[in-house]
Design a protein around this ligand. Structure first.
Ligand code: EPU
Length: 421
């Protein structure tokens, strides 16, 4: 099991390119199940969640090659309709195969995801949508068993805006008979890319990028080539790393408009940050951030996936701030670990009160989930002395070679294979 050893206190300087987005790749991969023929997905990050989806799809019979950030996928020989527990327990996004398998083959058996590291993450909206579209759903031995002769169009009203449920409903409805309308659809850029991908394959979808999607079912879709968007969360994490280490960094990122709220909040902290078409530049020499409160919200609000990193950032701010998560109320496992580095953070309900500025000091800390690990790396980058971040397999799920990127910018960070757990 790998860990990072970080020798803190080095400013980041230079230029870095952001990898493809994990969460859109995890949606457009299973979307290819719906299509006949060959699919080519470009700008796919080399992260473990992608390898997990690749394994799962190979298990059901997809033929997949992954080279140079490009996935070649052909699903013409799918002959198994089960997403086994061993894959789903590793990655909840495995549940994305439910909609496409049901729509294309009329059946799917998907292990029910359990709780996740920071609390319950239900999939009731996914299942209700499948039922409304005409599927029969049973629960058997921890598996969702879904069947439908032919899905039909329906009106779907989501009480909560859900990325995954919107994605699954969209993938199920493109081959359903008749018209489907999804109200309160998620408008995250990853879902917009999924809808554009489906449209390219021949689906009929109106309202892409809005909260109401109208889908007219078609008989078949055909494989196409698509380029994935850049990872907005990786970009936001590196912008915060640059600001915290008082660095001067140019970040090459294709879609700064997807990160507007984070950039706006960074500006509010007083950071010198400028945005060009596909480049974000941070100049943080001698910079001390102002404390700025954030409250996470669905897109285009402040992303929950940047909450942990923002808390790490605020430990260096001149004063007190409050960081509230309204999406995942319990997502604060990083707080006690950041406090081990010397931060002064208290969690009350779904808010963290951060008292800055605190001089952090290197210590051993433990990753508990993907974004929590990122916040610990940020802490380690500014802590005095040596920080060990254990269990970085969480980080490897979603950040492509993060230590190489940070090293290139001047950080002292090493990956060590360790027996320590
Ligand atoms: N929800 C329900 N019922 C459902 C589905 C969701 O109540 O059936 C609730 C959730 O409990 C949560 C809210 O709806 O409070 C939003 O959850 P959503 O369904 O949007 O999340 P998700 O699709 O499971 C994706 C990302 C997450 C990211 C969230 C929120 C992927 C593969 N995952 O998850 O990414 O935090 O949206 O933006 O796209 C990460 O990358 O670290 C990560 C966790």
């Amino acid at each position: 099991m790998d860990k990072f050893i970080i020798n803190g206190g080095k400013s980041l300087n230079g230029r870095i390119k952001i990898s493809g987005a994990k969460n859109s790749a995890l949606a457009i991969m299973p979307a290819t199940i719906l299509a006949d023929g060959d699919n080519l997905l470009r700008n796919i990050p080399e992260v473990n969640d992608i390898y997990t989806m690749k394994k799962l799809m190979t298990h059901i019979g997809s033929d997949i090659e992954f080279e140079n950030h490009t996935l070649k996928i052909n699903n013409d020989n799918i002959d198994c309709f089960t997403a086994p527990y061993e894959h789903v327990k590793k990655m909840r996004a495995s549940v994305y195969v439910l909609g496409p398998l049901l729509a294309k083959f009329g059946r799917a058996k998907v292990s029910m995801p359990g709780g996740c590291a920071w609390g319950p993450r239900p999939i009731n909206l996914h299942l209700e949508a499948m039922k409304k579209l005409g599927a029969e759903i049973d629960l058997d031995g921890g598996y969702i068993v879904a069947k439908a002769k032919k899905l039909h169009g329906a009106k779907l009203h989501f009480d909560v805006s859900s990325v995954g449920a919107t994605g699954n409903a969209l993938m199920a409805s493109v081959l359903a008979k008749g018209t489907t309308v999804i109200y309160n659809a998620a408008i995250e850029p990853e879902i917009t890319l999924l809808a554009e991908h489906l449209k390219l394959m021949g689906a009929k979808i109106d309202g892409i990028g809005t909260k109401t999607l109208t889908i007219e079912g078609v008989d078949s879709l055909s494989g196409k080539e698509i380029t994935n968007i850049g990872d907005r969360i990786e970009c936001g994490t590196l912008l915060i790393a640059s600001a915290m280490t008082k660095g001067k960094v140019e970040v090459e990122y294709s879609h700064p408009e997807h990160l507007e709220t984070v950039i706006w909040k960074l500006e509010e902290t007083g950071l010198d940050i400028s945005v060009n078409e596909d480049m974000i530049t941070v100049n943080a020499e001698n910079f001390i951030p102002n404390p700025v409160d954030v409250k996470t919200a669905v897109y285009p609000g402040f992303p929950t996936d940047m909450q942990a990193q923002w808390i790490a950032y605020m430990t260096q701010a001149e004063g007190e701030s409050t960081v509230t998560d309204t999406i995942y109320l319990d997502r604060f496992k990083h707080v006690p670990e950041l406090n081990r580095l010397g931060a002064n953070i208290k969690v009350i309900n779904n808010s963290a009160n951060v008292k800055g500025p605190q001089k952090l000091k290197g210590a051993k800390v433990m990753s508990t989930d993907l974004r929590a690990s990122a916040s610990l790396v940020l802490g380690g980058l500014v802590a005095e002395g040596e920080t060990e971040v254990l269990r970085i397999y969480h980080l490897d799920r979603g950040y492509q070679h993060i230590e190489e990127k940070l090293k290139k910018l001047g950080a002292e960070i090493e990956r060590i294979d360790t027996k320590e757990y």
